[in-house]
Design a protein around this ligand. Structure first.
Ligand code: PLP
Length: 369
């Protein structure tokens, strides 16, 4: 008498807690009856400059191709990117955002009876991908909000097939050095794949941050993931990629949907890759905004976790969700991180100067009311 189609789902999927995205501006406008143009969204680590004009022009030039399937091999983007990164074109695997590649990696290399290791407070897509593949998650307690690489190496078991590292990590903004990474990689058995998620690499690159690409030759079990969503300003376009050995890439490509990246965003990505001015401005806006927000936190005596990304996580000094909701009423959207086990913290993305100020003013209002 009527099937329970939830019960019929595979166990890993049935028990999933879906990813919680940042609240869209339009949704808050509807809920609070606010004018969308007055709302500040600093909730999803998007590039506050908006997409590069070079990307927009490239998209406009592709409109005539909308009826065509995209190039499954992404020849143009693969060619530009492989030159830029100085890797072989076949080492790159594209995804509908790097999220897609993270899920693909788990699907290709994890199954029931296997485990994957990641840190407490690490990006929430890792447990989702691991669980959906039917594998077990081994969560290693963090050290000062960051990855405890020594403990992570020790947590690897004989059934462990994958380790996820985020550098910088989201939502804590912490990062580790090349020396620390190398010590870790030396301890990892050669058959265990190490996924190094570098979604914020372009922001962190100046602070003595490791470049995973330079380690690929030494560590064939290493896979890097990067994205056009953050510093390159194409979060809505959805394109990310991994760089790995040709062998691992060939495996991922067996399961990758042939048209997982559309032709409009491919053109946008090719254009912004050459747009050094945009990347430099993105970094500058981030650096200035980070300084502005840190100064604001200091003046309000707010405890925060120093960040190498384009966001910063702070202790709200009250229940994080309460603070979040009061900020929403003032038209400011930030990100609660209670689902990461950080109920007193909130994450705020670095915006333009006036957006950062709106956030700081709203936070001050909430704290003094
Ligand atoms: C934003 C983010 C990603 C991926 O985003 P996509 O838009 O899917 O490319 C991956 N890892 C971390 C840690 C992130 O914060």
């Amino acid at each position: 008498m009527g099937c329970d189609f939830v019960k019929l789902a595979v166990p890993g999927v049935r028990a999933l807690n879906p990813y919680l995205p940042g609240k869209p501006v339009e949704e808050l406008a509807r809920e609070q009856g606010l004018d969308a143009s007055t709302i500040v969204k600093l909730a999803s680590n998007e590039n506050p400059l908006g997409a590069a004009p070079s990307s927009c022009e490239a998209v406009a030039g592709m409109m005539g191709e909308l009826a065509r399937y995209p190039d499954s091999s992404l020849y143009n983007l693969r060619d530009s990117l492989s030159r830029k990164l100085a890797v072989e074109p076949d080492q790159i695997t594209f995804g509908n955002g790097s999220n897609d590649v993270l899920v693909l990696l788990a699907q290709c290399y994890l199954k029931e009876g296997c485990s994957a290791v990641f840190s407490e407070y690490a990006f929430v897509v890792y447990p989702i991908a691991v669980q959906a593949a039917g594998a077990e998650s081994i969560v290693v307690p963090s050290k000062h909000w960051g990855h405890d690489l020594e403990a992570m190496a020790q947590a690897i078991r004989s059934d462990t097939r994958m380790v996820f590292l985020a550098n910088p990590n989201n939502p804590t903004g912490t990062s580790f050095s090349e020396a620390e990474l190398r010590i870790f990689l030396e301890k990892v058995p050669e058959e265990v794949i190490v996924v190094l998620d570098e979604a914020y690499f372009e922001y962190a690159v100046d602070s003595g941050h490791p470049d995973g690409i330079l380690l690929l030759k030494e560590y064939p079990n290493l896979v890097l993931t990067r994205t056009f969503s953050k510093a390159y300003g194409l979060a809505g376009g959805r394109v990310g990629y991994s760089v790995s050995s040709v062998e691992i890439s060939s495996v991922l490509n067996r399961l990758r949907q042939p048209f997982n990246v559309n032709n409009l965003v491919e053109a946008a990505a090719v254009a912004v890759l050459e747009d050094e001015d945009y990347l430099n401005r993105s970094r500058q806006v981030n650096q200035d905004g980070m300084a502005q927000i840190e100064a604001g936190f200091k003046s309000m005596n707010i405890d925060y976790i120093p960040s190498t990304g384009n966001f910063i996580t702070f202790n709200a000094g009250m229940n994080g969700v309460d603070c979040y909701q009061r900020l929403l009423k003032l038209g400011v959207i930030v990100r609660p991180v209670a689902n990461y086990g950080m109920p007193d913290h909130l994450r705020v993305s670095i915006g333009l100067e006036e957006e950062n100020q709106r956030f700081l003013d709203a936070l001050s209002t909430v704290k003094h009311s």
